[in-house]
Design a protein around this ligand. Structure first.
Ligand SMILES: Cc1cc2nc3c(=O)[nH]c(=O)nc-3n(C[C@H](O)[C@H](O)[C@H](O)COP(=O)(O)O)c2cc1C
Ligand code: SF4
Length: 648
């Protein structure tokens, strides 16, 4: 018998049977062609269907120009019949793999400001969004009817495009939730006030969508099980709303998430990064499930099939969303079916995927560079070559893995006794330990693939010529660089020294965090956990300004709880007898901080390029990847590693 009897059992949703209980919930990968499902978009969805997913849902797709999600052309639009042929190709591709796919129809309400002429956002009431800082146009009753009609037309296109149905996005502060929530609905007419009035818009939408798709396709609604805001809908309120939606007889399932996107935390926490607990919203799904008859889906950091199986076995949900889990590894179902769960590349909650969407780029995954090129498979080499990889940071490990997957004979050298480079160091911070999974998974894979690994062994140029090498991959990474020089009264170290546990007996520290990424924050967190008073100083406009809002929100909450002081926009100017002078980079104003024991100087790394310089010419082919060429981020280092691994 399978280890996953519940997860792998089929589920009937309305009149359609899906082959298992694994859901890839709605997400916009940013792969659309001019708002339509083109080759890359279809390959992305198809890859997940081929991996065995039961049900998948397109990202939020606007049905009316007053509810666009962004200015980008890389997400789908269902505004006219142009989408129908693409939908049809998408449906056929997913169905050919045995999968099922729904379109998520959406209207962004007041959550997005497009800032283009004649594209104003519409919302129930003129309530200021903390995210955009803007106030949307208050809809008239005629405009409400126009948007309801647009949902109906969108649904008809879904049916013409042969998709399996529709999910209405009534969460994330989008229009249906904006109407349902007292936070964003201040109306005094038939669409505001009582629960029934606030629910009226959604029910009108469901009526026309059901009519548009017909009785046999799936119609589901995504709701927030709790808005976690004292003035918003609580779980008890949402139970009542869920029962009313169920009682309408129009829908086939409810998909339960949380929050409202009116404020910074709500916007960030519905897709929270590590270390948010796995299964963060399962209790909400279970509570909603206890009061309705239709199947209920649970989502939120469910990354492990064993965990998914337990949720189903405990009756907390009927289907389990594993969305980022499938960005990281599209073959989870296929792997558990062939008893290879250990090979699943686990989503570690880095949120590089989401960070890229926030800046309007297609998703990338810190753990899986292949996401950028859906449909690419690793082809075994006809003439396997002897490949030496130097450096076991993320880039070196990934290059070795991909080369070994392509059947080359790979040897890996690492000068230290630890693998994972800087990434492994960050993972030493209490909140970042999950990132260690990126290294652990690769080590597991290298062992499985029989890569010959040598640690604590510096790779020397002379030795290279004694070895029989066809290809040398240099991935020696970067080294933390402390360039601040004070009067010697305050110890100056890199964050890496703090992360390695090389400092102790401190009272007060300043972390000068001008380098990109999370190294400075990780060092600060370790010091705070050790009882040190910490002030983080940056010349940026704010601490962690370079991070995406989900990670920044999580860091601010953690650092705030630990009473960390955040100071911007300042630099450390000098030290004198244990007093540190900070200088405002714009006003030149200066402040002094007395009795400081430690300055953590994080202004980035320098490439460790010694080996590159030594091998300026050689008889074998040489590739240089990652930070040893120029210090950048893990996502870029991994992408370079993957493409080199394939090119070999
Ligand atoms: C890149 C990205 C884009 C997303 N876009 C949408 C969207 O368009 N509509 C939606 O309802 N949820 C969207 N989500 C949220 C996911 O559906 C899901 O609720 C969230 O990622 C939490 O589930 P997970 O922990 O399994 O990833 C998006 C998630 C990601 C990672
Ligand atoms: S970037 Fe991080 S959160 Fe996103 S899918 Fe990859 S591992 Fe998961």
């Amino acid at each position: 018998m399978s280890d996953y009897p519940h997860l792998l059992s089929p589920l009937t949703i309305g009149s359609i049977e899906v082959r298992n209980r694994v859901l890839v919930s709605a997400h916009v990968p940013g792969f659309a062609d001019n708002h339509l499902p083109g080759k890359r978009y279809i390959a992305y969805q198809c890859e997940r269907a081929a991996g065995g997913v039961g049900l998948q849902i397109t990202g939020g797709t606007p049905v009316h120009k007053s509810g666009l999600l962004s200015n980008n052309k890389d997400s789908l639009h269902n505004l006219n019949d142009d989408i129908v042929p693409g939908y049809r190709k998408l449906a056929q591709a997913v169905h050919a793999e045995g999968g099922r796919i729904l379109a998520q129809l959406a209207h962004s309400g007041g959550t997005t400001l497009i800032n283009e002429p004649e594209l104003e956002s519409w919302a129930p009431s003129p309530v200021r969004s903390e995210i955009t800082g803007g106030i949307a146009h208050e809809m008239s009753v005629a405009e409400i009817a126009e948007v309801v009609d647009a949902f109906g037309s969108g649904a008809e296109r879904v049916a013409k495009g042969e998709l399996d149905g529709v999910e209405i996005l009534a969460a994330f502060g989008f229009l249906p939730q904006a109407f349902m929530s007292p936070l964003t609905n201040l109306r005094k007419d038939n669409y505001g006030g009582s629960v029934d009035n606030r629910l009226r818009f959604l029910l009108e939408v469901l009526e026309v969508v059901r009519y548009g798709i017909g009785p046999d396709r799936i119609l589901g609604v995504r709701i927030a099980g709790d808005e976690f805001n004292p003035k918003g809908n609580s779980l008890d309120d949402m139970k009542v709303i869920a029962q009313k939606i169920d009682a309408s007889g129009l829908v086939n399932y409810l998909n339960v998430i949380a929050y409202h996107s009116i404020d910074h935390t709500g916007r960030a926490k519905h897709w929270a990064p590590t270390p948010t607990p796995h299964g963060v919203f399962v209790e909400l799904a279970a509570a909603i499930r206890s009061v309705v008859n239709v199947p209920v889906f649970a989502v939120g950091r469910i990354t492990n099939p064993d965990h998914a199986e337990c949720i189903l076995a405990a009756g907390q949900a009927d289907m389990v969303g594993m969305t980022r889990a499938h960005i990281s590894d599209p073959n989870i179902v296929a792997k558990i079916k062939r008893d290879a769960a250990k090979e699943i590349r686990p989503c570690v909650g880095a949120n590089t995927c989401i960070a890229n969407r926030y800046i309007g780029k297609p998703i990338r995954c810190m753990h899986s560079p292949a996401v950028a090129t859906p449909g690419t498979t690793l082809i075994p080499a006809k003439d396997p070559r002897r490949v030496v990889v130097v450096g076991a940071g993320p880039a070196g490990l990934e290059a070795a893995r991909v080369a070994a997957e392509c059947r080359h004979k790979v040897t890996l050298y690492e000068a230290n006794d630890e693998t994972g480079g800087q990434l492994a160091l960050w993972a030493k911070a209490p909140s970042m330990s999950e990132l260690g999974g990126i290294v652990a998974w690769r080590m597991n894979e290298l062992n499985r693939l029989g890569v010959d690994m040598h640690f604590s062994q510096r790779f020397m140029k002379e030795a290279a010529y004694d070895l029989d090498i066809d290809v040398l991959v240099i991935a020696t990474g970067a080294i933390a660089h402390c360039e601040f020089v004070g009067d010697g009264s305050v110890v100056v170290v890199s964050p890496h020294a703090v992360l390695r546990g090389e400092v102790s007996d401190l009272q007060s520290a300043i972390v000068w965090s001008d380098g990109r990424g999370q190294a400075g924050l990780a060092a600060a967190e370790i010091l705070l956990h050790n009882g040190v008073n910490v002030e983080i100083v940056t010349s940026d406009i704010a601490v962690a300004a370079d991070l995406d809002p989900t990670n920044r929100t999580a860091w601010y909450q953690r650092l705030g709880k630990l009473k960390c002081r955040l100071t911007a926009p300042f630099v450390v100017e000098n030290t004198k007898n244990g007093t540190v002078t900070l200088r405002n980079v714009y006003t030149e104003e200066r402040f002094e901080r007395e009795s400081i024991d430690l300055i953590v100087d994080w202004r980035g790394c320098r490439s460790n390029d010694e080996l590159i310089k030594e091998f300026d010419s050689a008889v074998f082919e040489i590739f240089k990847i990652g930070d040893c060429v120029a210090p950048r981020n893990v996502q870029i280092a991994m992408s370079e590693a993957m493409s080199i691994g394939i090119r070999i």
